[in-house]
Ligand binder design. Structure first.
Ligand code: FE
Length: 178
């Protein structure tokens, strides 16, 4: 059993940092309702596919969002110009180019340069994954020919349009921007 710690004279462990933060630092951000119940925060990106932004970082050129999918099958094929970090919160998905399946609790690193085809298996009715996407996703055909792209700026445009449409106002997007 742990004995309660003896108070130590001059103990500075619980004293907050006394100096100012660096000049130019952007404000921190805390999002408590990551799995927002307010449906207005989930922007539709395609039929049965939604994106809920957490951070839209225009300085670093990356964005953090939750992708929620309520259908199975091929979603899209894309090439990454930057690194991607994924954490599966619900359901499962896989890439046609790999033999692994990302399930609830799985972490995935997608290296810059990789092209893959995202598929939600038939036995999955809802998939939710937290993605941190650096740079751009270039949507491509099987030969790698570009048919479109997404990056933090195209995302911001889409969220602005959505937030405006659902009554939160286009400027609501600024809450997620750094
Ligand atoms: Fe990807």
């Amino acid at each position: 059993m742990n004995k309660p710690a003896e108070p130590i004279v001059g103990d500075t462990r619980r004293v907050p940092y006394a100096k100012p933060q660096p000049w130019g630092m952007v404000p921190d951000m805390v999002v408590h309702d990551v799995l927002a119940e307010d449906e207005r925060l989930w922007a539709p990106v395609a039929p049965d596919i939604w994106s809920r932004p957490l951070q839209l970082n225009v300085t670093g050129g990356f964005y953090v969002h939750l992708l929620r999918v309520r259908r199975s099958g091929v979603l899209q094929r894309h090439r990454h110009s930057g690194q991607v970090h994924a954490y599966v919160m619900k359901g499962s998905w896989f890439y046609l180019e790999h033999d692994w399946v990302a399930r609830e609790g799985t972490y995935v690193f997608e290296p810059p340069g990789e092209t893959h085809t995202l598929v939600v298996p038939d036995d999955c009715s809802e998939m939710i994954t937290l993605f941190t996407v650096h740079g751009a996703l270039m949507y491509v055909d099987p030969q790698g020919e570009s048919i479109g792209y997404d990056d933090v700026f195209t995302r911001i445009d889409k969220y602005r349009e959505h937030f405006d449409k659902v009554g939160l106002g286009a400027e609501h997007v600024r809450r997620f921007m750094r």
